[in-house]
Design a protein around this ligand. Structure first.
Ligand SMILES: Cc1cc2nc3c(=O)[nH]c(=O)nc-3n(C[C@H](O)[C@H](O)[C@H](O)COP(=O)(O)OP(=O)(O)OC[C@H]3O[C@@H](n4cnc5c(N)ncnc54)[C@H](O)[C@@H]3O)c2cc1C
Length: 425
């Protein structure tokens, strides 16, 4: 064992941070060449692709215990993660990254020195300065958000009647808004069929400023998605930009763009799903940023001019040589980058030259559209329906296999498939 192990500090235990840590364990360098610390403000990793399922789960009177399990499935406490015994987790809000002295400042005046730093702090919800949003709308980013949305929806469903309907507005028809609204609408229709709620007692609208919805899908699949939403009874409102949210209403500018042309939608519940931004911590860093505020990286995942400081995931901007653009901010990209980046940390530790990032030409994309239905592309091929639903489910398994020992990953995934299958009935 070398006299002094290098201190690898990973900021953020999300997709990029945790996969980096896991890869370092699997590469056999932890406790041989380095010690690894992951710092996060929370005590658990959040598997965001299952947050929609958690937020809209078991609204039809499952037992309390089943509900808790369905909610908790997207929430993986660091302390109990198998395969991470060599990693030290520190729960603290990171307050400052001092790249000169190589210290990270934590709460209560605590400081953490590093030799190698991985910045994997993700992004936060962006309210774009819309008045009333922080006070009156929910966002779906963390596990606690899913719980709050679940409870608020349950309360709404309890009191809604056809004579006095309740309204839910989801703002933002990007991948997140799309998935959440379809999960929720599917659950609602199932409750109506089972006479747990009156037909027409809850109305759901999806609003977005773009003239066309679901542009993340290729045109043929967009048409299918629109048809699917119509079948699920979701009111689709393209060309509406949210101007203000108050208790009970969402005020929106219409497509004319004139500040006088507004309309008001009733909204007993508003869920904001319309964008992300960089945290003040990232904004403060003295690094080059792209137009979204992400840290610009060299093709080795290092920050230019800062050897030993790496970044990955939502807060990182790495030009993909195939597209000449930075890749989208997604769990899939964060996972892939972290996997690739870990190789370079190993090279760095061993004093070897760093590799250039090996990024794929295109990324798979699938969106669940309620029940056993999804749409998306894999390797440029379009899929929709049940096959796409299962391809999306297998993407979950692929991730758990990267993170956990094989048998644990398969068991965890099967349990999730079974539990969330209750949402798909
Ligand atoms: C509801 C939802 C569903 C999604 N579904 C999908 C999907 O199906 N497929 C897909 O590809 N992508 C999906 N995404 C996007 C995906 O979650 C993100 O792109 C991904 O999480 C980015 O990974 P990351 O490691 O960069 O950041 P994150 O996973 O967000 O991790 C960042 C971590 O940093 C911590 N942190 C941040 N600031 C501080 C601080 N100051 N101090 C301490 N800790 C801090 C946070 O607590 C967090 O744990 C979804 C996102 C949401 C919100």
């Amino acid at each position: 064992m070398p006299a002094k192990l290098k201190k690898v500090v990973i900021l953020g235990g999300g997709f990029a941070g945790l996969v980096t840590a896991r890869r370092l364990v699997r590469a056999g360098v932890v406790d041989r060449l380095c010690e690894v610390t992951v710092i996060d403000a929370h005590d658990a990793h959040v598997y965001t692709p299952w947050l929609y399922e958690a937020a809209s789960c078991a609204l039809d009177g499952e037992t309390r215990a089943t509900k808790e399990r369905m909610l908790g499935k997207a929430h993986l406490p660091y302390a109990t993660l198998p395969g991470f015994s060599q990693i030290r987790f520190v729960r603290s809000v990171i307050q400052l990254i001092d790249t000169q002295t190589k210290y990270v400042n934590l709460e209560r005046g605590r400081k953490m020195p590093f030799d190698i730093l991985v910045i994997a702090l993700g992004a936060e919800s962006n309210y774009f300065g819309v008045p009333g949003l922080p006070e009156h709308a929910f966002t779906l980013k963390h596990f606690e958000d899913a719980k709050k949305i679940h409870d608020a929806t349950e309360r709404l469903f309890d009191v809604a009647t056809a004579r006095q309907p309740k309204y839910i507005v989801i703002a933002g028809a990007g991948p997140n808004g799309m998935e959440f609204v379809s999960e929720l609408a599917h659950t609602l229709r199932a409750l109506e069929r089972r006479a747990k709620i009156q037909y027409g007692a809850v109305k759901i609208a999806l609003v977005d400023p773009s003239p066309e919805l679901f542009t993340v899908l290729p045109p043929a699949l967009r048409v299918k998605a629109v048809r699917r939403f119509e079948r699920l009874g979701v009111e689709l409102r393209a060309g509406l930009r949210v101007a203000e949210v108050t208790k009970g209403t969402v005020k929106a500018f219409t497509a004319t763009g004139k500040s006088t042309d507004t309309l008001e939608l009733p909204a007993d519940l508003c869920i904001w799903s319309a964008g992300i931004k960089m945290s003040p911590l990232i904004q403060l860093l003295p690094f080059l940023k792209d137009d979204r505020g992400r840290i610009v990286l060299e093709n080795t995942y290092q920050v230019a001019g800062h050897p030993g400081i790496f970044a990955a995931g939502d807060c990182a901007s790495l030009i993909n040589p195939h597209t000449k653009k930075a890749d989208p901010q997604s769990a899939q990209v964060a996972h892939y980058q972290a996997h690739d980046l870990a190789r370079n940390i190993v090279s760095f530790l061993e004093g070897k030259p760093l590799y250039s990032a090996r990024l794929p030409k295109r990324w798979a994309f699938f969106s669940a559209l309620g029940g056993h239905y999804a749409a998306g592309t894999l390797g440029g091929i379009r899929f929709s329906g049940r096959i796409a639903f299962w391809l999306r489910r297998f993407a979950d398994l692929y991730y758990f296999l990267a993170l956990l020992p094989v048998t644990v990953a398969v068991r965890f995934w099967l349990d999730g498939v079974r539990l969330y299958g209750k949402n798909d009935r």
